[in-house]
Design a protein around this ligand. Structure first.
Ligand SMILES: [Zn+2]
Length: 432
């Protein structure tokens, strides 16, 4: 074996003589090894890099530690060829051209065989163990049991039969990659149940199956709610454009003319004679005329049980029964009646009782909302809806045919430990 590198021998797994005194080594790439150190260890001239293109050079750094690779050694243990995978599909090829005795380098595709197999396994303990023990292929046992999640395997009894069709790649004489199980069939007391398998390896008891999926969206929700409503027109304005209070509302006041204490049921506003008087709210005129003491006076009834009074006017502009708008001119400031000079005596009554006008005028809302109504509201809510779609398993029918055909043939299943196809695939060795 000459100066064959010993560290590779540690990872040596299998070697079989295929030609006279030739050897195939199946090895694992050691962590920390580089392609150039590999060349050096195998006595390959570093000059080989001169024929490697820049694009191919970058592959040399992509050799994964632990990857399985193959070497073909001649009778003296010298490297004839080596194949080192880079990823799933590509491999580095380094080989000696026999005519010149010089090494050549290339990046080539990984060549593998791909074949369909049928198998029937008798249930003894559970499908995984039984497939593994019978067929000696644990990856296959994994895939077979994954698809069986579609059925209750706890009910399986000793002697039940599990049959399936699967596709297995082989490379350099060994199972390569994860097998693809196409269809399975459980046979219990002569009763057959097919398990159809989708491309992801999931099993279904029907070849057309309902699959749940969620849809996210927004849902419009309408609901009713009882809400309080404010009485319309309850907001009062001022009876004058410019406000100057000369005498406030009072339940007891010294009367400047009568010289007695008596209540002052209103607010006095100082203003020049002829200043327009404004209706403090929408309403209907209930009085417009002379009233002792008040002189020319206008009374307006408003919503909410309110009545406003504008006294001592020089001139009135409305008549009884007239509807007025808030802010409308209803007369002019004067000094008619019992008055010391031009001013507005403004009174405000609620349900027949005098109230302090300044607690009502200009305020946002007056009084309590007296009723409530059911109002409709709309809002949007994020939703997740589960929907179902029918999916058909690809090739369900043809796979069922294949399985039935296999069962009819009575062929024994292929046992993977007996696989002795150990020859370096001719396609894997393009330079001979
Ligand atoms: Zn007054």
């Amino acid at each position: 074996m000459g100066k064959k590198n010993l560290k590779f021998m540690l990872f040596f797994i299998l070697s079989i003589n295929i030609l006279f005194a030739s050897t195939i080594n199946r090895l694992k790439w050691k962590r920390g090894d580089s392609f150039s150190s590999y060349l050096k260890d195998n006595g390959v001239n570093i000059n080989i890099f001169n024929i490697v293109s820049a694009d191919d050079l970058k592959f040399l750094s992509e050799i994964r530690a632990g990857v399985t690779f193959y070497e073909l050694l001649d009778s003296s243990g010298k490297l004839e060829q080596v194949l080192i995978p880079i990823g799933e599909k590509t491999q580095i090829f380094l080989g000696k051209v026999r005519a010149t005795g010089k090494y050549t380098f290339d990046i080539i595709s990984i060549i593998y065989d791909d074949k369909e197999y049928g198998a029937t396994v008798s249930i003894d303990s559970n499908p995984y163990i039984d497939v593994k023990n019978t067929l000696h292929n644990s990856k296959l046992a994994n895939k077979v049991s994954q698809a069986l999640k579609a059925v209750n395997t706890k009910k399986l009894k000793k002697g039940d039969k599990l049959s399936f069709i699967y596709e297995q790649k082989t490379r350099m004489g060994l199972p390569y990659d994860i097998p693809d199980v196409k269809i399975e069939m459980l046979e219990t007391k002569g009763k057959k149940q097919f398990i159809y398998i989708d491309e992801d390896g999931y099993g279904y008891v029907s070849d057309k199956t309902s699959q749940a999926y969620t849809v996210k969206g927004r849902k419009k929700i309408t609901f009713t709610k009882r809400v309080a409503i404010k009485r319309g027109g309850i907001r009062f304005g001022m009876p004058l454009r410019h406000i100057r209070i000369t005498s406030p509302f009072s339940y007891r006041r010294w009367h400047p003319i009568l010289h007695i204490y008596r209540p002052h049921h209103g607010t006095d506003f100082g203003a020049r004679r002829g200043t327009p008087l404004l209706a403090v709210n929408n309403g209907r005129v209930t009085y417009a005329g002379w009233m002792r003491g008040y002189g020319r006076v206008v009374k307006i009834r408003h919503a909410g049980g309110y009545e406003s009074l504008y006294a001592h006017q020089s001139r009135m502009r409305v008549h009884v029964g007239q509807h007025v708008k808030k802010g409308q001119i209803i007369g002019y400031v004067g000094s008619s009646g019992r008055s010391t000079g031009p001013h507005l005596h403004f009174g405000l009554a609620k349900n027949g009782r005098w109230v302090n006008p300044m607690k009502v005028l200009g305020k946002k809302y007056v009084g309590r909302a007296s009723r409530s109504v059911l109002k409709k509201f709309t809002k949007y809510k994020d939703t997740t809806t589960t929907k179902y779609r029918t999916i058909s398993i690809k090739n369900a029918g043809s796979n069922r045919e294949k399985l039935l055909k296999y069962l009819k043939s009575g062929k024994k299943p292929f046992i993977w430990s007996a696989f002795k196809g150990m020859s370096m695939n001719i396609e894997d060795v393009p330079y001979d």
